[in-house]
Design a protein around this ligand. Sequence first.
Ligand code: ADQ
Length: 910
Amino acid sequence: MARLIIVSNRLPVSLHAKPDGTYALKQSIGGLATAIGPYHKSHNDCLWVGWSSIDPETRTKVEIDKIRDEFARRRCVPIFLTQREIDGYYAGYSNDTLWPLFHDFAHEAKFDSSTWKIYQEVNQKFADTVAQLVNPDDTVWIQDYHLLLLPAMLRANFPKLKIGWFLHIPFPSPEIFRQLPNGKDLLEGLMGADLLGFHTEDFCVNFLASVRALIGIEVDKDGRIPVGNGASQRFVTVDAFPIGIDYGLYRRNAHSSLAQAMRHGIEAVSGKRTRRVSTSLTAESQAAAEASDQEENWWSAHTGDELPEVELAQSAAAKRGTEDNKVVVSVDRLDYTKGLPERLRAFDLMLSRYPEWVGHVTYYLLATPTREDVETYRKLKDQVDQLVGEINGKYSLLSWEPIHYITRSLPIKPVCGIYTAGDVALVTPLRDGMNLVAKEYLAARDGRDGALVLSDECGAARELTDAFIVNPYDTEAVCEALHSALEISSSEAKRRNAAMQARLKYRTAGLWSAEFLSTLRQVSDPRMADRRLQSAQRDHLVREWGQSKHKLVLCDYDGTLTQIVRTPGRAKPTHRLLDLLREVGSIPDVDLYLVSGRTRETMNEWFGCLPIGLIAEHGAWHTKPIAGETAKNADGRTITPKRYWRRADGLPDPDEWRPIIETIMNKSVSRVPQSFIEYKSTDLAWHYRMSDQKLALEQRERLVDELNKVCPQYGLTVMRNAKVIEVCPANVSKGEAVKPLLGSGRYDFVLALGDDTTDETMFTAVSGCAPAKDQDDVLGAFEADNAGAAKVGVAQSSATVGTTMSESDAAKPAKKPAEPEVAWTIKVGAGETNAHSRIATPTDTARLLGYLVAESEAVAAGTALDDKPQTKPRNKNKKASKAKTPTKMKASTKVKAAAKAKSASKATSK
Ligand code: ADQ
């Protein structure tokens, strides 16, 4: 059985020796372990290869064997690195060269040929370990910048292996990347993979530009880079997969008693829960006032521009009560990419520019030092310590200090407590691949207010567009954004968060890994790699969906929403699928139609209870629920919409043709064991899925020849579908069936999904449909039909009467359509198609529908709470406090606004 082998620098678990000589395994926290960990845990066929963090030179052989066994129990395969290897590969080339360079800190990057040599050796060590356990049909998923050479090393020995690689950090611009002396080797290392994933489109673009510049290869329209020539040519697909978080985990942990205790503690410290701060502020203010009256007092000597303590203390004390006190939070590893000194300077500026916050805002700063043995990191820690000290020294009052600085690493529950305490999260990395902290903050505040100030230099800013987006280097802009975030009204904060939360709830870490792996399967199959629905196209589709007023979804069933099975009756929908269809059908501005070749009895039995339209027997029958009319089911509880089935007009009389076609088909039934005839009201189908395929295919050709001679005279046509030969009225097709809907002028967004040749007529009809131009009240033909008027299927069929609509006829290779604006057609699975895009399996269909449901929820959540964006000025006398939300303001505008605000603040305080 094909397995998944994950390869990353470190394993998701670490081993700790206990005093009794046994070992305890501890689950690692962090983005990667939480994103792929659940998949690894729940799939017995999944192995994880990585560095054990154990120095083999300090252990005996017996101990090493024992350690291997311990890891093996968790399906982990440890790699042991010597101190020399750790210094060269990990601390050296990975962290001193690649990490700074990939984060645009080229000036911090060290180029050392000895660490490069060890990096190559260790990548080879990983390759050798994987080679010992991999089977040719396995899938290998490599993680991150430590293993850039591994894909090509594996490919050299396993030409058919499915290899994926994902980069968790940014990919730099080609101007920066080409500074790397071994840049070309690294890119060639990656060319061994089938799929290369990045967090954002921007990083994909940077990567492709580097490939073009350094190895001279262009990407094709499907996002694929051709590698090699002739028979040995392969393709490397590049796409964006923004990582998510385990949303439910953070939401749940935010309600844990430990998180609540943490939150209460922070609120007490910040004066939100007790009055001691306000008491202290009053005392402080009195002291300041008295001091300012007395000449020769040290304090009064400083009341000029430099340090207006009197003003600070007085304005702080003037604020009565503590209910408006605020908490700002941040959670980081102490890394120079996280922008801590810049952030602290912005906080400092905010207190000086808006002194009304002195005594009323507390910054809870969790910053855990890493790599303290490296000088850059030691210096950074010193700088942060010093800045925190300066700010606290400058603004602290008797029992309030502006920054609470914690350098310990905390587990998830207290971290969630910090998130829930934070009225504002200040997440301003100078460069970051994604940044999970921003997403975790929103998950921990599920359904609540809280404002996010977010750097535009991290991947998360591409998704969390309702945050206060800032340039992290622009101190003025961060200061203004922080001030606005503190001022924002609770309802406005909730409105912004609700939309982002609805999307995050769906786009989880689990979805991220499932999507990467299913794309890897698709791109590794040459029959399905063309026209792949790329992530940018999917995002475009989802955006259009969210922005449109009336949406129509036309979806085939067998092979599109469910796997094709040997016995058609076994393709019964699962509860999960029914729930999904119910969700889509229940969205107020969405009409969902299942368009199937199944009989209307089956469609009614399986889907009649859903609030969706049904088209059966390729269009011979259709129905939609009658608005407002429902009936109770036999169980007396569930409610089913009332519906009437309508038959298409002008169909050939079955009494005339059925006996003749049945006789012909029966010959095939008797010649091919286990084949059978399916009887539908308007057609007959010969199924041979369960039969000997060689025999069935020979007979199929004879049958089709014979049917083609007879069918035209009865107005019938012959269709070759998936292991079925079907005879049906020539003037019936899925395309004809959906035309009245498309022509209704009602819809400004149409999506059609299907897997076989019968769906191609639907794709053609949809591709040809004109966009609706705000014709909200034009009643579609189907609605009129329900009122007993127009009928579907009466128009002249596009299929030629009496001829077989073969796969090749129906699906002539079409020029790739332009990017759709309102009409999307998506083929599910392999085969030629007229559809615009392709996804691989019914699971992908369900995932896509899930995106649409989440987007509708996001739009609804955003508008339901809509109460006009507003901020709540803290001090009505100060114009500066009325600063608008600075989201996406131009830097120059921000600087001007800040300067204006500053002078206004000064003017009012004089
Ligand atoms: P990281 O650089 O580790 O990850 P990030 O995405 O912020 O950065 O994830 C950090 C994780 O560690 C979060 O789950 C956070 O809660 C936790 N954490 C951070 N500081 C902590 C502290 N002081 N104490 C306790 N927990 C702390 C890399 C890339 C990112 C990318 C992820 C996932 O650098 O850009 O988002 O991988 O792909």
